[in-house]
Design a protein around this ligand. Sequence first.
Ligand code: TA6
Length: 320
Amino acid sequence: MIYTVTLNPATDTILNVKGIMGRGKNNRISSKLEDIGGKGTHVSIGLTLLNTENRCLGIAGTKRFNQLNDQLKEYGVNSEFLLLDEYSTRENIVIADESSKGSYLISEVGIELTEEIIDEFFETHLNDLTEKDWVIISGNPSLITKPSVFRYFLGELEGTGCSIVVDASGENLLAAFERQIELIKPNQYEFSEIVGKDVQSPEECIEAYYNHLNYFKHINYVSVSLGREGSVLLSKEEGYKFIPPKVRTVNDTGAGDAYLSGLVYALEKGKTIIEMGRLATAVGAAKVEEIRSSGFNVEKVNRLMDLVKVEEIGGNYAIS
Ligand code: TA6
């Protein structure tokens, strides 16, 4: 079974604005949508759309939880959350104008997790994990949660023998380097921090990866998103660049989560690294054409798959 875990879920209120957003003017709303916030929730929606059995888990505030859960049910997502009565499920705001330059994301803080809450989460939702299972941690705990709690969570997970995927940032991403991890998905800034070099292109990314292989020895795959440059997908044996086809950007919020759902789908099914990257890139491209933060058109994914450009750029880099 594939489990996604969202440690600080949210609902997204999406405000679509006429014209180009600006200060000192009346930015008029053309439409307002309630959607699911991320990030593991978005990965579960993606896996469900790709017709892969999965369970969407998380820890949420009791207040406002129905606004999230009702939408998950509409997508047919099988979800179970540990609810904390003292908190409210947070609301994030996504503002998308007609510039096609990307959206604005404004997010609430959310819930503070503790090791005791993590223990309760394991007892109630993760108590029968085996080495056959996959756990996809997507999204960070809130900024008021101590980094040691995420580290503790990873340690408990590793103890079950399950396959772990981590899409997190900052100290939470660094905690993944202490564990045996299937896949991480840093963006180029997070990757640059890890290798201590400002990588600006897929080629620089590949070179930095192979010149710092010892950093990644416990991580089987590294996917680095490089914005309009596309992404690179790296393993110790090979590395590829994936360039998405040109699409019309309506709302890029959630594209990374959709991309991850494509990676996880292919990885869990034992597909090749090229098949993983091609599907993930097509899913991410299909998502940005959607007005919502979550979901994508599966027929569009199938059409876009063949338009994804793939270049092998793994090379004989000096391995220090
Ligand atoms: O990746 C998109 C998204 O999941 C949005 O839906 C929004 O809810 C945001 O990211 C949440 O990110 P955060 O890092 O605050 O959990």
